[in-house]
Design a protein around this ligand. Structure first.
Ligand code: SF4
Ligand code: SF4
Length: 345
């Protein structure tokens, strides 16, 4: 019997659901081909526990009950991560997630508990070592899947992040059985952003894009896979990416409350700005202060027919124009997500 097509629910922006994406270091044991970390812009410092604590306090005072995501680099390389998790919990952060490449350094699973960490979120970019490891590094598939199993065995909730690019587009269709086998709770699909390492590789080969995929490919491979996964009961979250011209556009920088914090003190409201010194906030002597214009906040105010201004500036290869010069669609804010759940119909 054919299964019903599930309608995705758009996760609308809200000032009342703040998110803090806290990069506590930029060091990593891997060197992924599409890594968005840019040490020239983000620094090479590993924050001390005291500084992490101090910045967490400032952020939770400003955005009570924010969701907190610890990131790196590889955050488990920080020897005080477990302590930072406890500190954040005691301050009242609504949820705490650790994004990891799966190597789980410093025995992090033994040092924290499912009561303190809502999710361990693992990154894989293929359903097999043959696809994943050329992107993320030799042995990365095996290490990550072993890490997921170890986290599950200790009762942690787990999610998987898959960044779709031309390197692994078709392989996404092989992911659903892997998710079921590993017992993951959530599946996050990301679209490649041209930041960090991926901004430095050639964007076209002949007439073909090297990294970014087209709207047709997104609809042919990614959306059907999201449906397949949702039917197995796993929650799926993916960016909206394409908006028809008559659909209204919103920039999260104007209407949401997100903080992308880096170890050199820069705090962005938009991840697409992270390759540039466009941050609208920064930590100065452990105080969060506004930066002078021109910064990302000025860009958020610009209305253009292509939708997202930063997308138009840094990765216009994903835009298509009609014969009369109008864009065929808008590119949504990269933070606008669709969610498919087991119960949505
Ligand atoms: S993408 Fe993540 S795991 Fe890969 S090199 Fe960058 S920080 Fe490390
Ligand atoms: S990605 Fe685009 S729309 Fe979203 S916050 Fe950044 S500039 Fe605004």
């Amino acid at each position: 019997m054919p299964t019903a097509h599930r309608l995705p629910q758009t996760v609308h922006f809200s000032k009342n659901a703040a998110n803090v994406f806290f990069h506590i270091l930029t060091q990593c044991n891997l060197n992924c081909r599409h890594c968005y970390i840019n040490p020239e812009q983000h620094g090479r410092r590993r924050l001390s526990l005291e500084t992490i604590q101090s910045w967490l306090r400032v952020l939770v005072n400003r955005a009570p009950q924010a969701n907190l995501i610890f990131l790196g680099g590889e955050p488990t390389l920080h020897p005080d991560l477990a302590q930072a998790v406890r500190v954040a919990r005691n301050m009242g952060y609504r949820s705490v997630t650790i994004d990891t490449n799966g190597y789980l350094f410093h025995d992090i699973l033994e040092k924290t508990t499912p009561e303190h960490v809502d999710f361990f979120s693992f990154s894989l970019d293929g359903a097999s070592p043959a696809t994943n490891d050329p992107i993320r590094g030799k042995g990365a598939f095996s290490a990550c899947t072993a890490g997921i199993r170890a986290a599950k065995a200790r009762g942690f909730r787990t999610s998987l992040i898959y960044t779709v690019s031309r390197f692994n587009l078709q392989e996404i269709t092989a992911v659903p059985p892997l998710l079921a086998d590993l017992g993951l709770d959530r599946f996050f699909i990301q679209v490649i952003g041209l930041r960090g390492q991926s901004a430095t590789c050639p964007q076209t080969q002949g007439n073909e894009p090297t990294l970014q995929i087209t709207r047709q490919e997104w609809e042919a491979f990614v959306l059907p896979t999201a449906q397949t996964v949702a039917h197995t009961g796993i929650v799926v979250n993916y960016p909206k990416v394409y908006l028809d011209p008559d659909v209204s556009f919103a920039c999260a920088g104007r209407v949401a409350d997100n903080y992308f914090v880096f170890p050199n003190g820069r705090v962005y409201r938009c991840p697409l700005c992270e390759d540039y010194p466009l941050h609208s906030l920064c930590f100065h002597h452990d105080q969060l202060v506004d930066t002078p214009s021109i910064n990302e906040a000025d860009l958020f105010q610009l209305d253009i027919p292509e939708g997202c201004v930063m997308n138009r500036l840094i990765q216009p290869g994903n835009l298509t124009y009609l014969a009369d010069g109008r864009p065929a669609y808008k590119i949504a804010c990269c933070l606008l997500k669709e969610e498919l759940t087991a119960t949505a119909h």
